[in-house]
Design a protein around this ligand. Structure first.
Ligand code: SF4
Length: 470
């Protein structure tokens, strides 16, 4: 993935397992396969039926855990989390799962998504005496659970969920039970699998493949799943709402080998590329895609047009995040260190360069430049999603509107700024058709808010951009 220089980042990945003697190890492997969803921090909380034990830290999963750490992480159930680095909300205090200990027992929470009423809930809770240790909206959930008058975790969590607005795929663990819940719009993906007798939950199905688990079903929007020694039980905490799964999971975030809500991500990306070719064909010699997330769409575009797909750009996989420096000059260098144009492929050619999305536009400009420096005769940019004109409040860092190039410029202005010979985006209709969801709602059960400005939930007056933390 190309996230840290594209300016488009997923916030988190969640994994959970119940009923396996190697719960912590399997969670570790699960988190590895979800690493693309967050690289700032990782953590695991495990229960042995009596106590919750935690290990977490800043960095990649590999950096956070050493073999010795697993000696104390014994137990039959665990939850794990990988977190993306937010501009103002980083630091160890925000690394999840968050663990809360009290006289009544302990509680751990892992959350993917973003609550749109977290700020108002936080102000309300603070005025009633709550003290927060982190800037994470997930801590609000813990306070709501602990303040509810119910005496079972199920009652407490259900009560809390009824007050939350926004996007959440949650895993909650105490000594005796694992609970998972998905917001009423199902904005974020969350799947259930089985590994022998054990139950497994993951943000993406690629985590099941890695540990040898089999896919069972999706967690439904508004569903609360309770897993304990009696097995799995499903209840609902919310009436029906319109499904609005994040379109960007298909376009960019999820791994191509994952199925999101039962649709394979590579297949949907390829079909987005085909749709783009139908809408915006061009005469050219080669089609190439920005690695890794745009390659599937580039293959689809090539298949539809009959123009050969070539490896016009390659990614240097061994450059770490630390190379990305804030100064403009070093940023330019950072892109070159991450990507190279293949001169032997593009020299003297008319190139169609497929990218999955444009956020600030700076990366696209650098890539067009790079292809020209490598001898491309023409560079035609085709984007396999519509222009991103609105911020996301649901856990994706699409920057604020001021930084979104498509919110402030026409397509012709953008073309000129990036120095391309032509530029075209996929239409919103093309996106819906390309992803291939058969949901019979007007938006095919997808959130399209960053393209259309029509948010599936209420946006509260004090909803801040999630990265402008209070
Ligand atoms: S606004 Fe865009 S990025 Fe955010 S959830 Fe909706 S589709 Fe996904």
């Amino acid at each position: 993935m190309f996230a840290e220089i594209k300016g488009l980042n997923e916030e988190c990945g969640v994994f959970a397992i119940w009923g396996h003697k190697d719960a912590a190890h399997l969670t570790y492997y699960g988190l590895h396969s979800l690493q693309h969803r967050g690289q700032e921090g990782a953590g695991i909380v495990v229960t042995d039926g009596e106590h919750l034990k935690v290990h977490k830290g800043l960095g990649l999963v590999n950096d956070v855990f050493s073999p010795d750490d697993f000696a104390q992480l014994t137990g039959h159930a665990a939850i794990g989390h990988v977190r993306y680095a937010t501009a103002g909300g980083g630091g160890f205090a925000n690394v999840q799962p968050l663990l809360f200990r009290s006289q009544m027992g302990s509680l751990a929470i892992a959350h993917n998504g973003n609550l749109v009423n977290a700020n108002s809930m936080k102000h309300q809770l603070e005025s009633q005496g709550s003290i927060f240790q982190s800037t994470s909206d997930t801590e609000v959930v813990a306070h709501l659970i602990k303040r509810s008058g119910y005496n079972t975790l199920e009652g407490q969590l259900r009560n809390a969920l009824e007050m939350l607005k926004g996007a959440y795929a949650l895993a909650v663990l105490n000594e005796k039970q694992l609970m998972v819940a998905l917001d009423p719009n199902g904005l974020r993906p969350l799947s259930i699998g089985r590994l022998g007798e054990a139950y497994v939950i993951a943000s993406e199905t690629c985590a099941f493949d890695l540990i040898g688990a089999t896919y069972e079903r999706e967690v439904e929007p508004g569903e609360l799943v309770i897993i304990d020694d009696n097995g799995l039980r499903s209840t609902r905490f919310s009436g029906s709402a319109t499904r609005a799964i994040c379109s960007m999971e298909y376009v960019y975030f999820a791994r191509p080998d994952s199925n999101v809500d039962e649709i394979n991500v590579h297949t949907s990306r390829k079909s987005l590329g085909k749709q783009l070719a139908i809408e915006s064909p061009i005469e050219a010699d080669v089609v190439t895609g920005v690695p890794d997330s745009s390659i599937s769409a580039a293959i689809g575009y090539a298949e539809q047009t009959g123009i050969p797909y070539e490896l016009g750009m390659i990614k240097n996989r061994y450059v770490g995040r630390t190379f990305i420096q804030p100064s403009q000059e070093l940023r330019e260098q950072g892109v070159k260190m991450k990507l190279s144009a293949v001169r032997g492929v593009v020299e003297g050619k008319r190139v169609v360069m497929i990218d999955d999305s444009i956020v600030r536009g700076t990366t696209s400009r650098r890539i067009v430049n790079m292809l020209r420096e490598a001898g491309a005769k023409e560079v035609h940019v085709r984007i396999s999603s519509p222009p991103i004109k609105n911020p996301c409040f649901y856990g994706i860092d699409t920057s604020n509107s001021g930084e979104l190039i498509a919110a402030n410029h026409s397509i012709e202005e953008m073309r000129e700024m990036m120095g391309a010979d032509s530029l075209a985006f996929l239409s919103v209709e093309g996106l819906k058709k390309g992803i291939g969801r058969s949901d019979e709602t007007p938006n095919c059960g997808q959130c399209l808010a960053c393209f259309t400005g029509e948010y599936p939930t209420e946006i509260y007056p004090d909803t801040l951009h999630p990265y402008a933390k209070v």
